[in-house]
Design a protein around this ligand. Sequence first.
Ligand code: UDP
Length: 236
Amino acid sequence: MPKYKRILLKLSGESLMGSQEYGIDQQRLQEYASQIKEIAQMGVQVAIVIGGGNIFRGLSGAAKGFDRVKGDQMGILATVINSLALNSALQALDIKSKVLTAIRMEPVGEFYSKDKAVELLEKGEVVIFSAGTGNPYFTTDTGSSLRGIEIEADVMLKGTRVDGIYTADPEKDPSAEKFDSISFDEIYNRGLKVMDLTATTMCKENNLPIVVFNMDETGNLKKVLSGEKIGTLVHL
Ligand code: UDP
């Protein structure tokens, strides 16, 4: 029996770059799709939100002189591009999946509603929520908190390139120690940068636990669903 029945998997756009400087690394995309296939075959209901940082971020656009709202809309479109890529990679592995969009753009994807998403999940299809929240000044972390809460997911799995939450950035500070679990309040008190505060607060207020784990190590997603204690659990 999988540990969770319905999950919201958050993948960062940046990880999709793999070893590239920009865009989508085909090998990384296929590795993600195979990992998702493994858990879909365990009977887990899988919803996914994917970021757009490998293509465009509104904040960096604004720093270069773009209007912030237009920049965020460009970032939103980047998440749609990544969602279509993942959708296509899953279909190539015979996994049924559908892209829903937070902004109307048929026939690229169907317009999101909770009912539609839940119906697809219950039919065993993988659902990819694209275009974040559909609004500027938000991130896809907030988009995944929102969608995770809406579809009543049991957990948000935040796939990153580090294996959990540390006392400091392990890539900069060799003395940093990893937490097996941590409360939302401790994240605030220690000023840890797990997600942006809007996303973290939404999860806290609606009691959606988060597991932060290293998605770039093949097989890890299945380990989380099999109940292996990897990554860091964030709880109330
Ligand atoms: N974005 C937005 N509203 C949303 C979600 C995303 O405006 O609800 C924009 C924002 O500009 C963001 C970009 O899309 O920088 C890409 O998303 P994000 O930075 O979350 O991607 P990730 O860091 O996960 O790759």
